[in-house]
Design a protein around this ligand. Structure first.
Ligand SMILES: Nc1ncnc2c1ncn2[C@@H]1O[C@H](COP(=O)(O)OP(=O)(O)OP(=O)(O)O)[C@@H](O)[C@H]1O
Ligand SMILES: [Mg+2]
Length: 335
């Protein structure tokens, strides 16, 4: 894609101080970009830093290192006013759990009008008009704007979460597990809605999910995270059909028949005390002694970026697991 990126993240880091236990580096040296109209999927085990990355790049958390450029502007240290003018208006987040992310005491109309009010739409009539228009767009009866979020079903609440994210005409939406709490038919409706909106408005998405086959289904590119780092990033096709990092290979093998899965040994190490060398080496089926000593940087291999000195080794050791047919996502049948 040739258009200037919507988002450019360079060397982004986020650490938390855990009382009595030290510094926890939740996101480390993350570099990637998102083009207009592109969907970048982010996958990785629980605790790998996906949510923290999403929140940090939108400045919902202050980055501890690195830079974030949004629509060409360096927002890493932007002050409140500049943040409101730019990021808070042109980028938004859809949260995993619509039950807790929407205020239970406000009406649907108030929830959706709030961003307009904050961003200077003074006329109540104009706000009401735009709320009704948005409700219609996400498939909710505009007459429902007086209802409280707690009166709605999970799928309806998630539509309100999407409507809120869209109120200010964003260029980028970070969607963190937006359909995880919904059943498959509602999930399909929400994914189709996001897809239609993307085409109509040339929206960019960062789509965070545990659901690998869903990510495969909707992403142009996919970033694989392990212990706070991106260990591989490439096209959906490259990541799912021709993974080069042994961790990616094992992760994508989980979408195959049980006999074809490559299950890494042991547990994910604590982010408070990562292993030496390559963080994946204690669990890696093809690690050598060099992997214990050397921390690999991302390098360009076969059209994608991968952080592994043994890249492709698993492909040779367990080709069946990588090449066998994936189990299709249930959405493929629903569509
Ligand atoms: N506010 C916080 N304070 C301290 N540690 C945190 C905080 N938020 C996240 N962490 C830690 O940072 C790491 C990354 O967490 P994060 O929630 O970003 O992971 P995730 O990939 O989104 O996981 P999941 O798939 O379970 O949602 C974890 O070790 C987590 O315990
Ligand atoms: Mg998360």
């Amino acid at each position: 894609m040739n258009a200037a990126p919507v988002l450019e993240v360079r060397g982004l880091g986020q650490s938390f101080t855990v009382p009595g236990r030290g510094e926890l580096q939740a996101v480390r040296d993350v570099t990637f970009s998102v083009a207009p109209g592109e969907t970048v999927g982010i996958v990785g085990e629980s605790g790998s830093g996906k949510t923290t990355l999403g929140r940090t790049l939108l400045r919902l958390y202050e980055p501890t290192s690195g830079t974030v450029l949004f629509e060409g502007e360096d927002i890493t240290h932007a002050k409140d006013r500049a943040l409101r003018r730019n990021v808070r208006r042109r980028a938004s987040m859809i949260f995993q759990n619509p039950a807790t992310s929407l205020s239970p005491t406000l009406s649907v109309g108030d929830i959706l009008a709030e961003p307009l009010r904050v961003h200077g739409v003074r006329s109540a009539k104009e706000r009401a008009r735009r709320v009704a228009e948005m409700l219609e767009l996400v498939g909710i009866d505009p007459d429902w704007s007086d209802r409280q979020a707690s009166e709605l079903s999970g799928g309806q609440r998630q539509r309100i979460g999407i409507a809120r994210a869209l109120m200010l005409d964003p260029a980028l939406i970070v969607a963190d597990e937006p359909t995880a709490s919904l059943d498959i038919s509602v999930q399909a409706q929400i994914i189709n809605l996001l897809n239609d909106l993307q085409v109509e408005r040339n929206l960019s998405f960062i789509f965070i999910s545990h659901d690998l086959s869903l990510v495969r289904h909707i992403s142009d590119r996919v970033a694989v995270m392990y212990l706070g780092e991106i260990v591989e990033i490439g096209s959906s096709e490259q990541i799912f059909n021709d993974p080069k990092h042994p961790y990616t290979a094992s992760l994508v093998s989980m979408t195959r028949a049980p006999d074809d899965r490559i299950v890494p040994v042991g547990e994910v190490p604590s982010a408070l005390a990562p292993p030496s060398g390559c963080y994946f080496h204690p669990r890696c089926p093809v690690a050598t002694s060099a992997c214990r000593d050397e921390h690999p940087a991302l390098r360009h291999v076969d059209g994608r970026d991968v952080a592994c000195i043994r890249s492709g080794a698993l492909e040779v050791a367990a080709p069946d697991a990588i090449l066998s047919t994936p189990i299709p996502h249930p959405l493929a049948a629903v569509r």
